[in-house]
Ligand binder design. Structure first.
Ligand code: ATP
Ligand code: MG
Length: 420
């Protein structure tokens, strides 16, 4: 009970006072029972959306076609979904219709897995378990509710969801559920790209992601998230097994854990032919990744694939750091090792360590002069030459950071302009 903020008690009381029932459902209950910090708290209710709208002054119909509204209540945004049963799934993606029901038990039956079908009634905090979810949480099992094959046929996204929960929780998939996932695997090809993307990102963020990725390869759905990934698990296996031992990316660096893992899988797909890095752009756009995600993923991929200099000297070390563009060189080495690519020697790592501490110029913005100053001091009208001159200065400063002072840079710039 102490995990449930008091505002939710008051919220459910409002329903009770009006003669309705509102219970907490879904992932938060699973997390509470597991002793984890719950994510979002969602409510389910026997009140219909119209009735919820009459109960509270500020209600946004966020998913009204599925019976979901968002209520603003004491500065919280609370999602409330009317108890429902889903109609036929003729396209295997979305129910053709949903109908509301007064029965919580029916609502729980339409959910995907037993561990996701627990509810908590307030104020007594009694757990409602219609499907054996508590026992499955206890034995760490992911089990489809009802007939597994039918449930995956209704909505094949549930196949990715099962893998996502196993990646997060490290649970086993119950044998009949696993067999049905394999049989219905082709169904994921009909699923909307953004739905798969969201599950895939969550899967890759899980502590047990490696296992889940191998599983996805085994049931032949990995190519819906990574282009042309080898069914040859000999390459995939060491990569996936090394996911867990990788250090966590620091918050200030570009690239979250899922992005490093994803970039490494993408590296397998393009390793044979580096020209394919350009095709990836299209692939990721089609899979509905945001512009920011595409840019971080490709940046991380390029960093992983960048050749490590063979000689452990200071200038190659600086050039390499510049080439990595702030991607963490230690993480790069970890993932290169998993891919079977050559990694930096110990001496090189020492150099990378001291040089990255000292600071590297990554872009013209890091130079001690800017384009306007260049144009003024060289007494030339601004033009495309400014960008070229700055890149040339940047190259020199990467090699020789001590020269990053206005005086030295302007002397270089005069030399550059003279030879032009
Ligand atoms: P998370 O903590 O990652 O948000 P969650 O269990 O809350 O996990 P959601 O995707 O937010 O997962 O879904 C909320 C609940 O809705 C689930 O717990 C499940 O009961 C139900 N649900 C979601 N998607 C489906 C689906 N495709 N089929 C059946 N039930 C689903
Ligand atoms: Mg949720």
């Amino acid at each position: 009970a102490q995990k449930i903020p008091s505002v939710f008690f008051r919220f459910s009381q409002e329903f009770g006072d009006a003669g309705f029932q509102a219970v907490l459902v879904g992932g938060a209950i699973r997390d509470i029972v597991l002793g984890d910090e719950p994510g979002d708290f969602d409510f389910a209710t026997d009140a219909e959306p119209e009735q919820v709208m009459q109960l509270f002054p500020s209600v946004i119909p966020t998913g009204i076609q599925h019976g979901t509204v968002t209520v603003r209540f004491h500065k919280h945004s609370i999602e409330v979904t009317t108890y429902r049963v889903d109609g036929e799934y003729s396209d295997r993606r979305r129910p053709d219709s949903v109908s509301f029901t007064r029965s919580l038990a029916d609502d729980l039956q339409r959910r995907d897995f037993t561990i996701n079908a627990l509810a908590i009634a307030l104020p007594d905090c009694q757990v409602i378990d219609e499907t054996g979810g508590l026992q499955d949480l206890d034995s760490r099992t992911i089990r489809a509710i009802g007939t597994p094959q039918q449930r995956f046929r209704e909505d094949a996204l549930r196949i990715w969801r099962a893998l996502r929960f196993s990646a997060r929780l490290g649970f086993n998939i119950e044998p009949a559920t696993a067999a049905a996932m394999q049989e219905e695997a082709a169904g994921v090809r009909a699923i909307a790209a953004e739905r798969i993307r969201d599950e895939w990102i969550k899967l890759l963020s899980g502590s047990y992601a490696g296992e889940a990725v191998l599983y996805a390869a085994q049931i032949r759905i990995l190519d819906t998230v990574v282009p042309d990934i080898l069914t040859d698990t000999d390459v995939l296996r060491p990569v996936c097994q090394g996911f867990e031992t990788a250090p966590n990316p620091a918050a200030e660096n570009p690239g979250a854990l899922w992005e490093w893992r994803f970039a490494t899988l993408l590296a397998i797909a393009v390793q044979k032919d580096q020209k394919r890095v350009n095709e990836l752009h299209r692939f990721l756009n089609e899979r509905r990744y945001s512009r920011r995600d595409v840019s971080v993923l490709l940046h991380t991929l390029r960093a992983i694939l960048a050749d490590v200099p063979e000689t452990a000297d200071i200038v190659p070390a600086r050039r390499y750091l510049h080439c990595l563009q702030k991607a963490d060189y230690l993480l790069v080495q970890h993932y290169r090792r998993l891919l079977g690519l050559p990694t930096a020697s110990r001496k090189m790592c020492e150099l990378l360590h001291t040089e990255s501490d000292r600071g590297i110029a990554y872009s013209p913005a890091d130079l001690a002069v800017n384009g306007t100053e260049l144009a003024r001091i060289l007494d030339r009208p601004p033009g495309p030459w400014v960008g070229r001159c700055l890149s040339s200065l940047l190259q020199r400063i990467v090699d020789c950071p001590e020269d990053n002072t206005p005086g030295t840079l302007l002397a270089y710039a005069r030399e550059w302009a003279g030879s032009f």
